[in-house]
Design a binder for this molecule. Structure first.
Ligand SMILES: [Zn+2]
Length: 254
């Protein structure tokens, strides 16, 4: 039977998981899939003879003895780091965002929590910019994006797929935890996470924040689209300087 050159999605995902979602050598999250036993020698997509590498390490390792690739495969760099870093660049001309089932035009704060921005999306000099603070139950960041620079905790992830202009984080097989797609207008964001007790779910058909549902709205020139938590209060994130790190809500006037 003829084997197709296209690497099956399940094989790619297995290799991403094996390498903890970064290049096995350097940790870069933009990945290609290297046939350690070359395709020219034997047509195969066998996970035991393949490894996830970034484009530049792929080029280098492709020319070196195979044991170098098998070593990288056995000891992927991100295994010891538990996080990936990257930059969510975009070249597409984006004017608006489709977040869940709503459209946002010139509305920077998509979600705030006690006046702290959780999700922001805006256009600056023609370039889409994203900020996100998606917390763990402890309120430490699980996904942190600051002006498109991203840091993602890999520990409890089922899959993280990162390409130019595109990011998907899944905690479970069939559920998008967080997704940004800036490949074309409108830029889209999907999410499914908890902010304290409030479940935030932005998918194709609905946009819910706790009991509130905001489907098929257009937010244009709004300061904050969805504000959760009392407006008179302000949240302080936990930080390393605290003896017992925890999130604290302050009276905004104090
Ligand atoms: Zn690399």
């Amino acid at each position: 039977m003829e084997i197709n050159r296209t690497i099956p999605a399940g094989v790619r995902r297995y290799l991403r998981q094996e390498a903890a979602f970064g290049c096995a050598v350097c940790g870069d999250p933009i990945l290609e899939y290297h046939h350690i036993v070359p395709w020219e020698e034997r047509k195969h997509h066998e996970v035991e003879h393949m490894v996830a590498l970034c484009p530049s390490c792929h080029q280098k390792l492709g020319k070196l003895p195979r044991d170098r690739s098998y070593n990288a495969k056995a000891n992927p760099r991100n295994r010891t780091h538990n996080r990936i870093k990257g930059e969510l660049g975009t070249t597409a001309e984006i004017l608006s965002f489709r977040i869940g089932s709503n459209t946002y035009i010139n509305t920077k704060n998509i979600v705030t929590f006690f006046n702290r921005p959780i999700l922001r999306a805006w256009i600056e000099n023609g370039i889409a910019q994203i900020d996100a603070y998606i917390p763990l139950p402890s309120m430490w960041p699980d996904v942190l994006i600051s002006r498109n620079d991203l840091l993602i905790n890999t520990e409890n992830s089922w899959d993280i797929e990162f390409r130019t202009n595109f990011l998907t984080v899944k905690k479970r097989e069939k559920e998008i935890f967080f997704q940004v797609d800036l490949r074309k207008e409108p830029g889209t964001i999907r999410a499914n996470f908890f902010l304290g007790d409030t479940k935030i779910q932005f998918d194709e058909n609905s946009s819910t924040a706790g009991v509130l549902n905001y489907s098929e709205c257009i937010f244009e020139n709004v300061v904050t689209a969805i504000g959760i938590g009392e407006e008179s209060k302000i949240l302080h994130w936990p930080n390393f300087a605290m003896r017992n790190p925890k999130a604290v809500v302050f009276d905004g006037n104090a």
